[in-house]
Design a protein around this ligand. Structure first.
Ligand SMILES: *[C@@H]1O[C@H](CO)[C@@H](O)[C@H](O)[C@H]1NC(C)=O
Ligand SMILES: *[C@@H]1O[C@H](CO)[C@@H](O)[C@H](O)[C@H]1NC(C)=O
Ligand SMILES: *[C@@H]1O[C@H](CO)[C@@H](O)[C@H](O)[C@H]1NC(C)=O
Ligand SMILES: *[C@@H]1O[C@H](CO)[C@@H](O)[C@H](O)[C@H]1NC(C)=O
Ligand SMILES: *[C@@H]1O[C@H](CO)[C@@H](O)[C@H](O)[C@H]1NC(C)=O
Length: 639
């Protein structure tokens, strides 16, 4: 993952450096610790100026410092990963490969078809010298962060960056919408002394008929957040940026759920591994589960193998094979999404290499354990809840003493570790216990995390952002022959399960939606949620994880995985007439069972903010959607 940034000024009185704060540079350097460079392009005749700043995290090929400039003065910044679509040889760096392809483009059509063909996460900034054009954008799902900021009208400056600092100028930063790619004609803008952007929106097909309505919709959506002096247009010609996935299959079958009809089939509807087994006895269901495994397996494989592994490292640094260092980590709650990813990663990561399972826990509030009887949760309830994350589980051993970091995800995480060890006993699985105290949370949020979450700002962004920051840092303890010893995960690639719930109806709001509006309503909701995942999650998560000089990779958002899941009617993916722990993400549970997982296959969905117990740690009264006062960039005592 890299940090990229570009400042553009039109006829400005100020030095271009004034528009790039030291804070921003410092945050960019943390994303790209292996090389930092800057380049200023001045075009005096046309009175525009551009500053390009590139910070590289080295993952493949030889280190390729950015920005790249070619003999024709084209300039390129790339924060991405090509997994497919454009060939990148084993020893090549994808930055150079992309730049080479771009430089060969002789028209807008060429550039759009190049970006249409890519599979993988990316954001980029490209200066096309001959046409004085600046191109930039994010991939279809917005898996890489890119922010923009427009200065006031008089300055006519404009800035793009992977991550921002504190904004001194007072203008807000915003996430660049992942609605398509953008172009600025710098020559035209410098002449008119005003900023104008052209958007090339994603479409499912270049011959798409009903585009008119939707295109203006996208245009309005993007335009409404821009300052009034910035113009936005869509090119009227039939140029096309083709979506890398197929549209969602909204077919609704008449057949009711397995357990809803009075005319019930043979399926026993309790939450158990046996129930999954009964489903798998149906040939059709089993076939689908296996096809899902195949496509997800390929996605995981690409993500664990596209990575530089030094063949000599073993003998040089670590003479004993068992001490080879981990290259791959998984954000690991022990829930079904992370279990399936870990089990598939195991098939491809070289056996002598450990896999790090990053498990985060926040110190539980003391008071939660000593609540008076007037409160709803007695300590007995809390413990029951922890030991028995499944609904309906009554007889846990409540006498066990629980340490204050034994949060729900820690408990399922340990159980998940046992399952993985059973699947592959010869692998070293490093279960990294990451315990975070309230003091540390407060300190680091103030110093770092709030700048990374910005410009997002809700209580939910705070909880998830902080949990992911600590988890992906990978600093904690691993157990070594029964003894805990400090450990820092060296893995630069962190696999995350995001995207499974959005596509497979994993959230409880999906049940609400299904009860109210049936499968049609559920289809609409799922389509909407995948459409907004860039602005709700992915930009933020990329900024958070990139801060450790690591790269997040999302197998459930692989283009082939999404296309496969989009091809299936929703009833093949989930059955919300079935209880929690079975019905949501049913196809994934069946796949997990096929892979040999056991108890984890029937764990109900638990969001990271609750599993890690960060939610409500500091305030019990706030709602997830409230603006989070703890994220204010300038807190009251600093003003
Ligand atoms: C990047 O990779 C190319 C091969 O694709 C190689 O020729 C080049 O030297 C690399 N760049 C750097 C700076 O190492
Ligand atoms: C729109 O696309 C056409 C065809 O590539 C090009 O000639 C024209 O300059 C574009 N217009 C704008 C405003 O970018
Ligand atoms: C279920 O209902 C269908 C249609 O009403 C009927 O044809 C079928 O025989 C019933 N099956 C069972 C097992 O009751
Ligand atoms: C972290 O929390 C776990 C409880 O989940 C506890 O067993 C362990 O001792 C803690 N580690 C440290 C270093 O405090
Ligand atoms: C949608 O699903 C139905 C039912 O499985 C199938 O017949 C149809 O071909 C699918 N449509 C697409 C476009 O995949």
């Amino acid at each position: 993952m890299c940090g990229i940034c570009c400042v553009v000024t039109l006829c400005s009185q100020h030095a271009i450096h004034d528009f790039l704060s030291e804070d921003t540079l410092c945050h960019l350097r943390r994303r790209g610790p292996d090389s930092s460079q800057q380049l200023i392009k001045t075009v005096p005749d046309l009175s525009y100026e551009c500053l390009f700043s590139g910070h590289v995290l080295h993952l493949r090929g030889l280190v390729t410092p950015q920005p790249l400039e070619d003999a024709n003065n084209n300039i390129f910044l790339w924060n991405g990963e090509i997994f497919s679509g454009v060939h990148v040889g084993n020893l090549e760096n994808d930055t150079e490969v992309m730049f080479r392809h771009l430089a060969l483009c002789s028209s807008e059509v060429d550039i759009l078809s190049l970006f249409s063909s890519l599979q993988g996460p990316w954001s980029f900034i490209y200066y096309e010298a001959a046409r004085h054009s600046l191109w930039f954008g994010r991939d279809y799902f917005g898996r890489r962060s890119l922010l923009w900021q427009f200065s006031n009208e008089a300055d006519s400056a404009f800035c793009l960056t992977s991550v921002s600092g504190c904004s001194e100028s007072g203008s807000q930063w915003q996430e660049v919408p992942a609605s398509g790619i953008f172009k600025i004609d710098l020559k035209a803008c410098a002449t008119t002394k005003s900023l104008s952007l052209t958007l090339f929106p994603w479409k499912y097909s270049c011959r798409e008929e009903a585009v008119e309505e939707r295109r203006f919709n996208v245009l309005d959506q993007v335009a409404k957040d821009l300052p009034s002096h910035v113009h936005l247009m869509v090119n009227e010609s039939k140029l096309c940026l083709r979506a890398p996935v197929i549209p969602l299959n909204k077919t609704v079958s008449k057949a009711s759920g397995a357990c809803s009809g009075s005319n019930s089939s043979n399926i026993n509807c309790v939450v158990s591994v046996e129930t999954l087994q009964e489903f798998l006895a149906e040939e059709h269901k089993k076939k689908l589960a296996c096809r899902f495994i195949d496509v997800l397996n390929e996605a995981v494989k690409r993500r664990v193998l596209c990575l530089f592994r030094d063949p000599d490292q073993k003998t040089r640094e670590f003479p004993s094979m068992s001490h080879k260092k981990a290259h791959i980590a998984v954000l690991f709650s022990g829930g079904i999404d992370s279990m399936v990813i870990a089990a598939l990663a195991d098939k491809h990561v070289p056996l002598e290499e450990p896999i790090d399972l990053l498990n985060v826990a926040f110190m539980m509030k003391k008071q939660a354990k000593h609540r008076g009887t007037t409160k709803r949760h007695t300590s007995h309830d809390v413990q029951l809840d922890l030991l028995c994350p499944q609904e309906g589980c009554q007889d846990g051993d409540t006498s066990t003493h629980l340490s204050s970091f034994d949060v729900p995800d820690r408990i399922t995480g340990r159980a998940g570790l046992k399952e993985l060890e059973a699947i592959n006993p010869s692998r070293t699985w490093n279960f990294v216990e990451i315990n975070v105290t309230l003091e540390e949370l407060k300190k680091v949020r103030k110093e770092r995390i709030k700048y990374l979450i910005y410009p997002l700002d809700t209580v939910l962004d705070d909880s998830i952002g902080c949990a992911i920051w600590f988890a992906s840092r990978g600093e904690g303890f691993i157990s070594n022959q029964g003894e805990l010893k400090p450990y820092k995960s060296p893995a630069k690639v962190v696999l995350m399960g995001i995207g499974a719930d959005e596509q497979l109806a994993g959230y409880s709001r999906h049940r609400v939606c299904f009860r109210k509006d049936g499968l049609e309503g559920l289809n609409k909701e799922l389509e909407m949620e995948l459409g907004r995942i860039s602005s709700r999650n992915l930009g933020r998560d990329d900024r958070i994880i990139g801060d450790h000089g690591k790269e997040a990779r999302f197998p459930f958002l692989d283009e082939d995985v999404v296309s496969f899941l989009n091809s299936l009617p929703v009833s093949e993916k989930a059955d919300l007439t079935l209880p929690r722990g079975i019905g949501e993400k049913l196809i994934l549970r069946l796949a997990a069972k096929e892979l040999g997982l056991t108890a984890s296959t029937v764990l109900p969905k638990r969001a990271v903010q609750f599993g890690s117990r960060i939610a409500k740690l500091e305030s019990n009264s706030e709602k997830a959607s409230d603006t989070c006062s703890r994220l204010k960039l300038l807190s009251v005592d600093e003003l």
